[in-house]
Unconditional design. Structure first.
Ligand SMILES: Nc1nc2c(ncn2[C@@H]2O[C@H](COP(=O)(O)OP(=O)(O)O)[C@@H](O)[C@H]2O)c(=O)[nH]1
Ligand SMILES: [Mg+2]
Length: 280
């Protein structure tokens, strides 16, 4: 199976990020805690040079807490500032904000010493589609300017939002495109909803997701879908799930198409359990 990204988007979003980065001191890279490796794009790291870089593992409420800790260690060991957040949670956002303000403060003091002026420190958020960029910007700035939604790429126009008199955030996030060199990356992005699955591939994607979960979190599948034998091919797992859930077509045949959609929705809503698909 091949999952593609749009070449037109890639060139355009890289150009836009390059332009916007010229205006900022600090770059906040949002990653999906369930798939930190697949939700970063190493090609962009050259653009972050000379910037204060902060990695935020977002959507931690969906991820396996023990593996999130491993990812934090992984970044800390490289001397990269890393924070974790559920961007829908006020307490998390307050902590992140505090940390960002202290970094901005430090940077401002350094500039004050060198140039004798109080410079407004500016930041921008970058990340792949659907990782939570708009949600994050809105909650950090306490506005609702950035549009959020389930569909990738809803955000459009550009403005600065003041977080404090000396710290501003660009209200337009930089859209990173994922690096789809390995099939696994494309799949993980499809599972989490960053790439919208082609309708024909939906079933295949659900089969593979079920196999991955059966591998690392068998108890979650057994419990949620009352499965007994988990060591099965994905299509068998989905058939059994559809039967157990009563997702049937006429004649009592399991409705695989509906089942696939349902299982993906449930995974994306965190209903199957706190699952992380990638370790450092
Ligand atoms: N559970 C959870 N959902 C989140 C979090 N951050 C964002 N979302 C949801 O993820 C979806 C995509 O968010 P959005 O901000 O539009 O992503 P963008 O495409 O990167 O701008 C929305 O439904 C948000 O409510 C988080 O930390 N936890
Ligand atoms: Mg957005």
């Amino acid at each position: 199976m091949r999952i593609n990204w749009y070449p037109g988007h890639m060139a355009k979003s890289k150009r836009l990020i390059r332009e916007d980065l010229k205006l900022v001191d600090l770059v906040i890279e949002l990653l999906d805690s369930r798939i930190p490796a697949s939700s970063t794009n190493p090609d962009f790291q050259v653009l972050y040079q000379n910037k204060i870089r902060v990695v935020i593992l977002n959507k931690i409420d969906y991820a396996d807490p023990a593996i999130t800790e491993k990812w934090k260690d992984y970044y800390q060991k490289q001397n990269i500032t890393v924070l974790t957040a559920n961007s829908l949670k006020k307490k998390d956002i307050l902590l992140v904000k505090k940390m960002l303000l202290s970094l901005a403060d430090e940077k401002q003091k350094e500039i004050k010493q060198r140039k004798g002026i109080y410079k407004t420190i500016r930041a921008m958020v970058v990340g792949i589609p659907n990782v939570g960029k708009s949600t994050f910007i809105n909650s950090i700035s306490g506005t609702s300017k950035a549009k959020t939604g389930d569909r990738p790429g809803v955000t459009k126009a550009k403005q600065w939002v003041k977080v404090t008199p000396y710290f501003e955030l660009l209200d337009t996030p930089g859209l990173l495109w994922p690096k789809l060199e390995e099939q696994r990356t494309g799949l993980h992005l499809a599972y989490t909803g960053s790439i919208k699955e082609e309708i024909v591939q939906l079933e295949e994607i659900a089969f593979l997701l079920l196999e991955e979960i059966a591998d690392s979190y068998p108890e979650y599948l057994m419990e949620r879908y009352q499965l007994e034998n988990i060591k099965q091919k994905g299509h068998v797992l989905l058939e059994n799930i559809a039967l157990n859930r009563g997702w049937l077509k006429s004649g009592g045949v399991p409705d695989i198409q509906r089942g696939a959609k349902q299982v993906l929705d449930e995974f994306q809503a965190g209903a199957i359990g706190r699952i992380t698909l990638e370790t450092p």
